[in-house]
Each structure stands twice: as structure tokens, then as C-alpha cells.
Design a protein around this ligand. Structure first.
Ligand SMILES: [Zn+2]
Length: 160
């Protein structure tokens, strides 16, 4: 049976972690971006990520993870460990880091005005966000981030 995709709601101050989870392809809302009156459906079934013991404690029935560290690397390591994440769970660069929306592939010719010339000249694959229209391409940041995720996963596997 297919596992349901894991979805998160990151509390403050876990904005950086939220960005990285999006980068790994996880549907992640960040508390400060969520409007006060938000539809329940949007929050339902999300695993809450918190740095506050108070908010982690019952009576909350929602599944929550208490994030122990202030450091991003440790936070990611904890998440990989506790959720038993493997490369199969990860779909890097499929989601907008800024607004959490899913990216779609765009034709190079459609975005000629929206990226710097040297990028347009040197890159072949582009994707864009439906919400904010931001354009993404597999540049050096992408490769570096991909390597960091790989290294983290390897190090968790080694210590288990
Ligand atoms: Zn976006």
C-alpha cells in the first residue's frame, strides 16, 4: 500500500527547516504564513513541528514532533531519523520554497523574459511556481542542496 504523503505544519521559529522540507518536496506550511482563519482541511492531518515543549504537550491530539535542536542540520537529521525518511520519500525541487506550491515544467521559450540572460543561455530545464510565478532551474544551489540532503541521509543510515 502506498504511504500517505507526509505533510507538515512548522511552528515558529522553524522557518528555515520549513524551507528545507519544501526543497525536499514535502508539503509544509509555515505558521507565520498561514492566515488566521484558515480552512481546517488545510491543517488537518499535518504533523506539527515545534520547538516549544508547551505546545508539544497534550491535550493536542495532532501528531507532533518536538524538534530538539536550534541547528538546521541537526533538525533535518532528527526528522530523517524519526520519520525513517529514505530517498524514496524525497522529491527534491518539486515544490516552491517560497510558497509551498507544486512546481510545473515550463518551456524554455515561455520564460525568456523572466530569467537572467546567462541562465537562459546555459540551462535547459526550467520549472515555475503556479502561485508566485518564480522560475527555478537546476543551478549550483540545487546541486549543493541535493548533496547536503544525500550526505545527511547517509550519515543517519550509518548511525542507525
Ligand atoms: Zn511560489
Amino acid at each position: 500500500m502506498e504511504k500517505d504523503p507526509i505533510r507538515f505544519l512548522a511552528e515558529r521559529p522553524l522557518g528555515k527547516l520549513a524551507k528545507w522540507l519544501r526543497l525536499m518536496g514535502f508539503d509544509t506550511l509555515y505558521e507565520s504564513d498561514v492566515p488566521k482563519r484558515v480552512s481546517k482541511d488545510l491543517l488537518e492531518g499535518r504533523t506539527r513541528l515545534t520547538r516549544s515543549r508547551h505546545s508539544y504537550a497534550p491535550p493536542s491530539t495532532q501528531h507532533a514532533i518536538f524538534i530538539r535542536s536550534d541547528h538546521l542540520e541537526e533538525q533535518l537529521r532528527q526528522m530523517i531519523q524519526e520519520l525513517g525518511l529514505t530517498r524514496k520519500d524525497i522529491n527534491p525541487f518539486s515544490r516552491c520554497i517560497r510558497c509551498n506550491d507544486i512546481l510545473y515544467k515550463v518551456n524554455k521559450n515561455e520564460i525568456v523574459w523572466r530569467v537572467p540572460d546567462h541562465i537562459w543561455e546555459t540551462q535547459e530545464t526550467f520549472s515555475a511556481c503556479r502561485s508566485c510565478q518564480r522560475v527555478y532551474w537546476p543551478g549550483t544551489h540545487t546541486r549543493r542542496a541535493g548533496r547536503i540532503i544525500d550526505e545527511l541521509m547517509n550519515s543517519v543510515l550509518r548511525t542507525n
